[in-house]
Design a protein around this ligand. Structure first.
Ligand code: ADP
Ligand code: MG
Length: 272
């Protein structure tokens, strides 16, 4: 593997490739004039196509702001954001999963996934096949006719992930999607997201404040300082990917060392 795939150094990365992300001197402020509050920046960050980047940092350091900038929901106050070499368009550039699944609770699982397929412009004749494939990918076979309000929080987050995958965008953005779930469900979903993104080769930017989650998921971890968030640590993660035994990986010494290192960096960055 060339070093660029680990480090994402801007000079070594083809930032026009589908799914690549490039932030140049990005700063974001909320409010104007004397009331202005700088939430992030300056941040320089290049994510090569196919990388699984995890952004870690204390609450309020600007993680969600960064993700919204990459999704195109916000424009940076200064600097530039490029996805696949172009300015991101809200809804058009990336599949996004939020902490609380944004679904239509009175609709069925099928209805929710079909809406995403409709927005993605998938021809109606292809919906049944694509829907079955998406639901299988997130472990929701057989739930098509259930209403969203009657399935569990973990299942709802799976529907949200299926919806985010529906558009087949080369970029997937997830903002603390498992924070509200119980530990067992969270570990299952972490495994599924790792597997899905490994298989599909999508670029993924995942936000969390958990060092354990970051080390399990990421092929690269960026720790942010406290607000205004800047890059405090940029760490390639070389743990095995693909078909792995999650228990074995979590129990390994390498995993424990990385987790301790990231956890320490998050605390140091938050206190600095
Ligand atoms: P994180 O996701 O890391 O917890 P956020 O990106 O949500 O951090 O927020 C970073 C900082 O910007 C926080 O201090 C937050 O209060 C502030 N902030 C976030 N969104 C807004 C907004 N729409 N208007 C004003 N301030 C905001
Ligand atoms: Mg947040």
């Amino acid at each position: 593997m060339p070093s660029s795939e680990l480090t994402g150094h801007p000079d070594e990365v083809d930032s026009a490739r589908a799914g690549s992300v490039r932030l140049d001197h990005v700063t974001h402020r909320y409010g104007r004039g004397g009331e202005a509050f700088t939430a992030v920046g300056p941040v320089d960050l290049t994510v090569p196509a196919g990388q699984f980047l995890v952004l870690v940092g204390a609450s309020g350091c600007g993680k969600s702001t960064l993700l919204r900038l990459i999704a195109g929901f916000e424009r940076p106050t200064d600097g530039s954001v490029r996805v696949s070499g172009a300015e991101p368009r809200p809804g058009g550039t990336a599949g996004v999963v939020f902490q609380t699944p944004r679904l239509f609770p009175w609709r069925t699982v099928r209805g929710n996934v079909d809406l995403a397929l409709r927005y993605a412009g998938v021809p109606r004749a292809q919906w049944p096949g694509r829907r079955a494939e998406l639901l299988a990918r997130v472990g929701l076979e057989g739930t098509e006719e259930r209403r969203v309000w009657e399935i569990s929080g973990g299942q709802q987050q799976r529907v949200a992930i299926a919806r985010a995958l529906a558009a087949e965008n080369p970029l997937l953005l997830l903002d603390e999607p498992f924070a509200a779930l119980d530990a067992l469900t969270r570990e299952r979903l972490q495994q599924d997201v790792r597997r899905v993104t490994d298989r599909t080769g999508r670029t993924t930017v995942f936000v969390t404040h958990s060092a354990d989650e970051a080390v399990f998921l990421g092929s690269r971890i960026v720790v942010l300082t406290r607000s205004p968030g800047t890059v405090a640590l940029d760490l390639p993660i070389t743990l095995p990917r693909g078909d792995i035994d999650a228990e074995e990986l979590r129990g390994s010494r390498e995993f424990a060392e990385l987790r301790a290192r990231v956890s320490h960096a998050v605390k140091a960055a938050a206190a600095a």
